[in-house]
Design a protein around this ligand. Sequence first.
Ligand code: SAM
Length: 238
Amino acid sequence: MDNENPLYRERPVSFVRRGSRLQGRRQQLWDDYADRFVIDVPRDVGATSIDPGFRLDPEQTFGRDAPLVIEIGTGLGEAIAAGAAAHPEKNFLGIEVYRPGIASLLGHAAQANVSNVRAVLANAPDVLETMLPASSVAEAWMFFPDPWHKKRHHKRRLVQPYFVDLVARVLRPGGTWRLATDWQEYAEHMLDVTDASEHFTNPNDGYAQRFDGRTLTSFEKKAGQAGRAIFDIELTRR
Ligand SMILES: C[S@@+](CC[C@H](N)C(=O)[O-])C[C@H]1O[C@@H](n2cnc3c(N)ncnc32)[C@H](O)[C@@H]1O
């Protein structure tokens, strides 16, 4: 199940499969905490796919009905674990294709001693297209999605019209989509694509203030050290 043959997919994926092997501490974290925090999903073809017949019941998964926040591309899981600790009244679902990243998320969640976070190892479009019920999400976070700098790779970017429709599908009316990037040209693209969508309004008519619920991740720290500006975008589901 470790192959991710792009030929199985209609669209190019937004990631390059990196090693999914866990070692040392990360393997230990997986052994200790995956049962508690990782949602085991039936696959279709490919290790990060989801059987299109599978539906998540968030109330059953979290053991309660509460506003659901999802994070697309959790990286090492710092932001979602901090969010879950700061907001025990909400449920948090992290979506990530990189297994060692999810192992790291487990460590942060265990350290924060939270019970309101879950993670799924999966390609985000699959989660949005079929796994999550329509209008089930209060807030979607997407911080520093891979910018795919080169023009010939732009088709691999996640933020594209079809993906905007998928986020709109899962967000409830009035729900919020928060994005951040350190790549100006991608930020402009995000504004263009979402402005053109009938599903979203932009209350700031452009960039937003830094979302104060966004933890400074190691990724953002590096961008700051390299002198790159950060662009925040906040959108409201119509
Ligand atoms: C540049 S990192 C940013 C991580 C984190 N959000 C942060 O701010 O530190 C982008 C992350 O998105 C993940 N990713 C890329 N494409 C994805 C997809 N289609 N589904 C889920 N995760 C994806 C990558 O594996 C990587 O961990």
